[in-house]
Each structure stands twice: as structure tokens, then as C-alpha cells.
Design a protein around this ligand. Structure first.
Ligand SMILES: [Fe+2]
Length: 386
């Protein structure tokens, strides 16, 4: 059995990678970039830093800064029109997962037309749209190295998963210095998202030796540094490890898929507007507990890679330590329960069967080592309230 591995054509990784953007564009033969970002990146001055770098090399870049968190069909429409009418030859996607996901969708829609629903999974989008050069500013989503984007259909709150080489950025500039000013909450939520990517890719039924190597390396970097980056955002060593770990976790799950945590997390995000990393964090301990019996050795490997179990620990000891660590991490990083987040209990309980169906339909639970039934998903959702 062989595994197909899909990666960006160019990755520039490390301190000040951003400064290489003119060289990257030159290497790709691109001269008319559109920067797709959000208002926060403009406010922090990151968009103008890139514009200045390009100006110094006699290149001009327009800016579209109207992307929103958890992008919707409507939110990307103006970007599609701007990209289509502006005669651009590439997109620079600057920001967290949402601007990068928006840019991927805009790159396809501006080039081929149609609506986002036309490109939803199970269709696989292998056509090449406008090339995307991704510059992440969070250490989390891995969107800079994945062949996925998620756009919400606001008419029915469905998070549409879109998949294919067409959504893989052509280049990724992974510069941890852009994460030094990330607020504490975003550091925690995106960091747990990255750790979840690594764990889910490693236990996924689609894992391969290649994705395993990326996932284990990511866990080694992420687990010991997440608390450090959370408590001291200026800790450059921790930020660098988190950024590299998040990108490697992105490579792992782009090629091995995520599993039950993500499958169950998307419906919570869509229905109750919980940030993606946070709904993952709420679910990670319960889903891990549910899944361990089907892959105890794999979860024990995770505990050892994360540095919380010793090589000499038994599989069972390592699994117990993993569960304890995931719970401790949530409490130290102040991850709220659904109740503390302000979700109405009755509304949540009422929606559980629908959310379970949406989770199963996404396909992600089918990658889990223990494939849940409808009812088992409902019971895991219920466990978040006990
Ligand atoms: Fe994620």
C-alpha cells in the first residue's frame, strides 16, 4: 500500500521567513498579488509590512481585508469579485486559519465560477485556481499546508468541508515572529487545535508512515511548549516550536485526515459559534477516552511523544497519563465547558441528534480508530454536560 502525499511547492520556515516573500513571488513568476487578510492584520501593521517588502521590489499588492472568523459563503463573495475583476496572478493569504481558508475558496471561485456548494466534499477539487501563498499568523490550524478549506453555509449553519489539491497553497511562509503578539486565548485555542491535528492524524485509519513521522514530531514540539507559549507569549523558543509543530501537524492531517474530534467539533462551532480550537479542546478528553480501546498502542505512542509517559510505562499507564494530561491542559489553559461558554443546555441537548448526523456526514468519524454509532456520538456530546 502506498500513500499519496501532497505538500506546498515551496516552504520557507523560520525567523523572518516573511521577508522572503518577494523572492518567493519571483520564483513562482507572479507579479500581481492580492493580499487577502482581515482587519486585525491591517491594524497590527502586518499587511503593510508585506506591501512595503513588495514595493521595495517594484511590486504592488492590493488588499482585501473583509474576511471574517469562520468564513461564510456571503463573507467571501466580495473577495471573489475583487479577485476576479482585478487581473491578479496570485493571492497572498495573511492571517489565522480563517483568512487562509477564505483565500483558498476565493482562489477557486474567482478562477472557475460557481458557488461554494458546488465544490463541497465528496467532490474532490484538483483543478488549479489562483495560486495561494499562505502566511500564517497563528500556530494552529495548519491551513498553510492543507488541501482543505471550510466555508459555512449561513442559510443552514452547515460547515462545508472542501477537499483537493486545488486548495493546497503553492507556497507557505512559516514565520513564528508573526505569532509573538498573539493574545493568550488564541494561543491556547489554536495550540490545542494543532495538538488535536497531530493526535488525530496519528490514530487515523488513513495514517501512513509518512504522516506518522510528521505527527509524532509535531507532538514532541507542541506538547512541551503549549503551556510556555500560553503563559509567556514572548518566549521565542516556545513560539518557534509551536509554529513548526503546528505546520508539521498540518502536513500530518492533510495527508492522513482528522477523525472524531473534528467531526463532532464542526457542528458545535456552526450551531453555537464556538471558536474551532475551543470546541476541539472541549471534546478532546472525552473522544480520546472513547477511542483508546480501539488503538491503545497508538495512544500510548502519543503520550510518549508528548513527553508525559516514560518509555518504560505500560500501554495502560501511558493511556491513563494521556487522559490526565488532556484534562489538566484544558484546566490550565482555562478551556471553558459548554456551560461556562454560555451555551444553553436545553438547546444543546435538543440539537445533539442533528449534530451527530452532521458529524457522521462529514466523513471524519469514519477515520477514527473506534467508529461511533449515531447514539455513541450523542452520548459523547452529553458527557460534556456532566
Ligand atoms: Fe482543526
Amino acid at each position: 500500500m502506498s500513500a499519496q502525499i501532497i505538500l506546498p511547492r515551496v516552504m520557507q520556515v523560520g525567523a523572518d521567513a516573511t521577508k522572503e516573500i518577494p523572492n518567493i513571488l519571483a520564483g513562482l513568476g507572479c507579479t500581481r498579488p492580492l493580499i487577502i487578510t482581515d482587519k486585525m492584520m491591517v491594524q497590527l501593521g502586518y499587511a503593510s509590512i508585506i506591501q512595503t517588502l513588495l514595493n521595495d521590489n517594484e511590486l504592488n499588492a492590493d488588499v482585501f481585508d473583509d474576511t471574517i472568523p469562520e468564513p461564510t459563503v456571503a463573507s467571501i463573495q466580495a473577495g471573489v469579485e475583487k479577485a476576479r475583476d482585478g487581473n491578479y496572478d496570485c493571492i497572498i493569504a495573511l492571517g489565522g486559519g480563517s483568512p487562509i481558508d477564505s483565500a483558498k475558496a476565493i482562489g477557486i471561485l474567482a478562477h472557475f465560477g460557481g458557488t461554494m456548494r458546488d465544490y463541497k466534499f465528496p467532490r474532490v477539487v484538483n483543478e488549479a485556481g489562483l495560486p495561494v501563498i499562505a502566511v500564517p499568523t497563528t500556530a494552529g490550524t495548519g491551513s498553510e499546508v492543507t488541501r482543505f478549506t471550510i466555508i459555512t453555509d449561513e442559510t443552514n449553519d452547515e460547515k462545508m468541508l472542501c477537499v483537493g489539491i486545488g486548495f493546497m497553497p503553492i507556497a507557505a511562509l512559516v514565520d513564528y515572529k508573526l505569532t509573538l503578539s498573539l493574545p493568550q486565548r488564541i494561543t491556547a485555542d489554536t495550540g490545542i487545535d494543532a495538538l488535536t491535528h497531530a493526535i488525530e492524524a496519528y490514530v487515523s485509519r488513513k495514517a501512513s508512515p509518512y504522516s506518522d513521522s510528521q505527527a509524532l514530531a509535531a507532538m514532541k514540539l507542541l506538547a512541551p511548549n503549549l503551556r510556555k507559549a500560553y503563559h509567556n507569549g514572548k518566549d521565542e523558543q516556545a513560539r518557534e516550536a509551536m509554529m513548526l509543530g503546528a505546520t508539521m501537524a498540518g502536513v500530518a492531517f492533510s495527508n492522513a485526515s482528522v477523525a472524531l474530534v473534528h467531526g463532532m467539533s464542526r457542528p458545535i462551532g456552526a450551531a453555537f459559534h464556538v471558536p474551532h480550537g475551543l470546541s476541539n479542546a472541549m471534546l478532546l478528553p472525552s473522544v480520546t477516552e472513547f477511542s483508546i480501546p480501539a488503538a491503545p498502542d497508538r495512544y500510548a505512542d502519543c503520550a510518549k511523544a508528548m513527553g508525559i509517559a516514560k518509555e518504560t510505562d505500560s500501554v495502560d499507564q501511558a493511556n491513563q497519563k494521556l487522559l490526565q494530561e488532556l484534562r489538566d491542559l484544558n484546566s490550565e489553559l482555562q478551556v471553558p465547558t459548554p456551560e461556562q461558554f454560555g451555551i444553553n443546555r436545553e438547546h444543546f441537548l435538543e440539537l445533539m441528534p442533528t449534530m451527530a448526523q452532521q458529524a457522521l456526514a462529514s466523513g471524519s468519524p469514519g477515520n477514527n480508530p473506534r467508529i461511533p454509532s449515531d447514539n455513541e456520538i450523542v452520548e459523547i456530546y452529553r458527557s460534556l454536560w456532566t
